[in-house]
Write a protein of this length. Structure first.
Length: 267
């Protein structure tokens, strides 16, 4: 799956609701804008044992993965240590990351022999073999290892760092997979009646996936209301896109045979 990426969002503050997650929507849109796809998302607490277990699984999956949160230097930050443990490597100080932190301290007009600076330098401690990911916001780097990219939890830092990762390491994957979709609203029909249509389409047109999303109704941004309906459609990737038009015509014909009230989707 050369165009798929995973996302791991770490932080008690998100799981407990004290901060709203701003990562999922951003990363989904960022990937899609480059013709890439978000494969899965995990939300994890700041619990070392669980982080190690989930990172071990993620490293074994082999997909490029963005990881946000938990790479600070306070006792509640466990991500860097968990990543090292998951890979079975020690934590070591990265000289380039440390030099960047030295520069941050000196720019503040502070000496580099203070307890505060020594504490700050812990953010240059990465799993052995890691490389830095530049942080344009404050010059305190994140790190990458085994195609996993570790960023601070702050969106103002993590988001431009993710953009850098894509442009630097994955530009050759941009817009390499053709994707297509057709959809329509169905009114006055239960899902049980349109399920055979979905099954037929997926059998008759290999590679075409049908979807059905029931809705209790909603109000659009322009004030119009859409009553309860089913958002029905089909989608495809790669060579299967060549079958989309035929499959869609087939699906619509079968839905009309059922007496379905079909209306174009409204946005």
């Amino acid at each position: 799956m050369p165009d798929r990426f995973n996302l791991i969002i770490i932080g008690d503050e998100i799981l407990h609701g004290s901060r709203q997650d701003k990562h999922f929507a951003f990363f989904k849109n960022l990937l899609e804008s480059h013709g890439l796809k978000l494969n899965q998302v995990q939300y994890l607490p700041d619990e070392p044992g669980l982080l190690i277990k989930q990172l071990q699984r993620s490293f074994s999956d082999g997909l490029p993965t963005f990881v946000t949160g938990g790479i600070g230097a306070t006792p509640d930050d466990h991500t860097r240590q968990a990543a090292a443990a998951a890979l079975g490597v020690p934590i070591v100080r990265h000289p380039e990351a440390a030099a960047l932190i030295d520069g941050v301290t000196l720019k503040r007009g502070e000496p580099t022999d203070t307890p505060e600076h020594c504490q700050r330098l812990k953010m240059a401690d990465f799993p052995q073999g890691a490389e830095i990911v530049p942080n344009p916001f404050n010059n305190i780097a994140g790190f990458s290892i085994a195609r996993h990219y570790f960023f601070p939890g702050f969106p103002v830092m993590a988001h431009p760092m993710a953009e850098w990762v894509l442009e630097t390491h994955y530009a050759d994957r941009f817009h390499q997979t053709e994707r297509g979709q057709r959809s329509i609203y169905i009114f006055g029909q239960p899902e049980s009646r349109i399920t055979p249509v979905m099954e037929h389409i997926q059998t008759a047109y290999p590679g075409i996936a049908a979807f059905s999303l029931p809705s209790v109704g909603r109000t659009l941004s322009d004030g119009r209301t859409v009553p309860p309906h089913i958002d029905f459609g089909i989608k495809a990737e790669g060579s299967a896109c060549r079958q989309l038009d035929d499959a869609w015509a087939d699906a619509l014909a079968r839905l009309r045979t059922l007496g379905a009230d079909l209306q174009e989707t409204a946005e």
